[in-house]
Structure formats: structure tokens, C-alpha cells
Write a protein that binds this ligand. Structure first.
Ligand code: IMP
Ligand code: MG
Length: 186
């Protein structure tokens, strides 16, 4: 038997609030891409639940692909290094590409991904993030679609994790009593 987590999760965004916002985003995205097919790229693992809910509410045709990048390891401390662990299968040349990410924090991961994907020659490249933490931005990135602006707190649930835990929570919450919490712990 494993020991239960000691951290407490305080609800920030309820299941209902998330569902309402995701359907608004899907409607806006569908309107913006009307008459076009969208290549939706999910960044694993954090975006998996958000992407699954989003694409099922979109009314334009989609092709779905995933990329796994590592920037944080299993802790919450940023390494500052972004690495593509698993790359896309889809070519992007001439395609309308929508990048779907869980959280925009410092922006370093997104900056790297956008530079990388732009070199593949897409016709358009836009960014949809579930949560934006503008307070922590280190590089200028303006996402095209944002679900929620969230405060500078560590959040988990609805796909996002702390050391691989809490991804399954249907709501989003702030993680309290994190071990080793300090100024730069993330
Ligand atoms: P950035 O490169 O600093 O923008 O970090 C973005 C990535 O860090 C996100 O895709 C998340 O995987 C992770 N991340 C940032 N903040 C949080 C958080 O509060 N909870 C869980 N993961 C986070
Ligand atoms: Mg991520």
C-alpha cells in the first residue's frame, strides 16, 4: 500500500466552470477556422484532458497529433531546458495549426515550440492555452485563446500534475503544503 499524498488541493476552478469555458473556446475556435481543417497539436502530458474535451466540441474538421516535451522533469522546479521527447507524425507544411497547451507560465516552453513549429512551414500557427499565468512571464507570448487567467500559484488537476499526481482530478485546484516550497520552486 502506498502512502496517501500529504498535500491538500483547494478548488480554484470547478468542473462546471471549466466545462462552460471549454465550450466557449470551442465555439470561438470553430468560428475562426470555419471552412478549414485544423491540425490540433496537444503538448503532453498536461493538455490531454483539455484537448479531448475541446476537440469534441469543435465543429470544424480536425487532425490530432501530440508532442511530448520535457521542461520540468518530475519536480516543479524549472530546468530552463526544453527538449522534444516525442515529435509529431504530421507534416505541418501549408496547414492551419493550433497548438494546445495546459499552462503558459514563464513562456519558455511555448517560445521554443513556436520557433520549432514555425520552421516547418505551417500556413497559420495559433496557440490555445487552458491557463495563463501572466505574472510569471519571462518572454513575450500572446496566446490566441486563453481559458483562464490564474494567479501565481501551483495548480493541479484536469490533466495537470505535481510529480505526476492529481492529473485525474475533474476540477483545477491550488496545491497547498508542497514539499520544498521556496521562491523558485515550480
Ligand atoms: P513555462 O515554460 O514556464 O511556460 O512552463 C510551462 C509548463 O510548466 C506547462 O506546460 C506545465 O506543464 C508546467 N507548469 C507551469 N505551471 C504549472 C502549475 O502551476 N502546475 C502544473 N504544471 C505547471
Ligand atoms: Mg506542460
Amino acid at each position: 500500500m502506498s502512502t496517501p499524498p500529504r498535500e491538500a488541493v483547494r478548488e480554484l476552478l470547478s468542473e462546471k466552470t471549466i466545462a462552460r469555458r471549454v465550450s466557449e473556446l470551442a465555439a470561438r475556435i470553430s468560428a475562426d477556422y470555419a471552412g478549414r481543417e485544423v491540425i490540433v497539436i496537444g503538448i503532453l502530458k498536461g493538455s490531454w484532458i483539455f484537448l479531448a474535451d475541446l476537440v469534441r466540441l469543435m465543429t470544424v474538421p480536425v487532425v490530432i497529433d501530440f508532442m511530448t516535451v520535457s521542461s520540468y522533469g518530475t519536480s516543479t522546479r524549472t530546468s530552463g531546458v526544453v527538449k522534444i521527447v516525442t515529435d509529431l507524425k504530421c507534416p505541418l507544411e501549408g496547414r492551419d495549426v493550433l497548438l494546445v497547451e495546459d499552462i503558459l507560465d514563464s513562456g519558455l516552453t511555448m517560445r521554443y515550440l513556436l520557433d520549432n513549429l514555425r520552421r516547418r512551414g505551417p500556413r497559420s500557427l495559433r496557440v490555445c492555452v487552458l491557463m495563463d499565468k501572466p505574472a510569471r512571464r519571462k518572454v513575450e507570448i500572446r496566446p490566441d485563446y486563453v481559458g483562464f487567467e490564474v494567479p501565481d500559484e501551483f495548480v493541479v488537476g484536469y490533466g495537470t500534475d505535481y510529480a505526476e499526481r492529481f492529473r485525474h482530478l475533474p476540477f483545477i485546484g491550488c496545491l497547498e503544503n508542497r514539499e520544498g516550497e521556496g521562491d523558485d520552486a515550480r
